[in-house]
Design a protein around this ligand. Structure first.
Ligand SMILES: [Zn+2]
Length: 283
């Protein structure tokens, strides 16, 4: 009998090789899903006794633009390995002058301005096993796990990260282009905090699968409406992310260890579909 314990995890981190490449005994796991292939293999390892699965959101060679990521396959694959809590670091632009590069913002709200993405598992399409999802309207007033958010903020502050912003609204745009100055000023005028390209539908798909989902948004630039130069460039984003990936990894590892045990969770995320017939069985 094959020992599959090396392929199990209860915490997922959606982030690239910078987060897992030096862990000992990482097992590469290929996962098939009813929705097609995830962005890449999942890389499963152990961190202070916690089982963690890492998934490079854009693929290990960063070949997938935000609008081409198979978000449904990614979340389904994580859950298939046993994952119930997800930490999701991402790069964002700051919409306020005080949210400069290096700011870590743990959002408590999001605004969806994506255009082309599959954002539900409950679209009526039968799965390969013949089951078909029922119509399901998922509670999403508070899109992030309150427990995961509190852990992320406390751990980042405990590591001396400055500034850490507790709460705020992440607007998610389709990409892959950056915003125009007019779009950016409009986003800022709404009172929104940061702008990203991957935070949705990741968050709602996690909620549909009853996963605890926590976004950790690293500001890499001031968005076009909040700065006066030529506007944000891809090279600038990559440079600032690379500068911060080491300390972000430390914070994420500490957060993994500080998250509650899977069975000890009491948050809404664990029971959003309570009493409702989904028509399909979650993995
Ligand atoms: Zn939760």
């Amino acid at each position: 009998m094959i020992d599959t314990s090396a392929m199990r995890a209860d915490i997922g981190v959606i982030g690239g090789s910078g987060f897992y490449s030096f862990l000992d005994d990482v097992t590469e796991v290929t996962v098939e899903t009813p929705y097609g292939d995830p962005s890449d293999s999942l890389f499963v390892g152990e961190l202070a006794g916690r089982r963690v699965a890492f998934l490079p959101r854009h693929g290990r060679d960063h070949r997938l633009p935000p609008n081409r990521i198979n978000y449904r396959a990614n979340l389904w694959a994580l859950r298939s390995l046993g994952v119930r809590q997800v930490l999701a670091p991402c790069a964002v632009g700051g919409l306020r002058p005080e949210y400069g590069p290096g700011t870590l913002l743990v959002p408590d709200q999001l605004v969806d301005r994506t255009k082309t993405r599959q954002q539900t598992f409950f679209d009526g399409e039968p799965l390969p096993d013949g089951s078909a999802p029922n119509v399901v309207h998922t509670t999403f007033a508070d899109p992030y796990c309150p427990t995961g958010r509190a852990v992320a903020v406390a751990v980042a502050r405990g590591h001396g990260w400055d500034p850490v912003v507790d709460g705020g609204t992440m607007v998610v745009v389709e990409g892959p282009r950056f915003s125009t100055r007019a779009e950016s000023r409009w986003h800022a005028a709404q009172g929104w905090s940061v702008v990203g390209m991957t935070g949705h539908p990741e968050a709602v798909l996690a909620r549909e699968l009853e996963l605890c989902y926590t976004s950790m948004a690293l500001v890499t630039d001031l968005d076009a409406g909040a700065e006066t130069g030529d506007g944000v460039s891809h090279a600038e984003v990559m440079r600032v992310f690379a500068e911060n990936v080491g300390r972000l990894r430390e914070v994420i590892f500490a957060a993994v260890c500080a998250l509650p045990e899977t069975d000890g969770r009491t948050c809404l995320c664990t029971r959003v579909h309570e009493g409702w017939d989904l028509g399909i069985t979650l993995p």
